[in-house]
Ligand binder design. Structure first.
Ligand code: ZN
Length: 69
């Protein structure tokens, strides 16, 4: 049984104000603090897929704009 947890570098807990203690549980997209009992639900997957789509469009725009200049 492995639990994949990713720490957010530089994130500060809004509850106990400790730095580098905020982690994401990738299984249920729950962010939580390892120092206190702070937890919050985050729709992380949706944000990431939206960002991917925007990046593809931006890359094409960037290339066509670059050819014009
Ligand atoms: Zn905390």
């Amino acid at each position: 049984m492995k639990k994949f947890v990713q720490f957010i570098a530089g994130a500060i807990c809004p509850k106990c104000k400790a730095g580098d203690t905020i982690a994401i549980n990738s299984e249920d997209n729950l962010i939580y603090c390892v120092k206190c009992d702070f937890t919050e639900k985050r729709p992380e997957e949706k944000e990431l897929s939206d960002q991917k789509e925007i990046n593809v469009i931006n890359l094409d725009d960037f290339k066509s704009n670059r050819d014009k200049i």
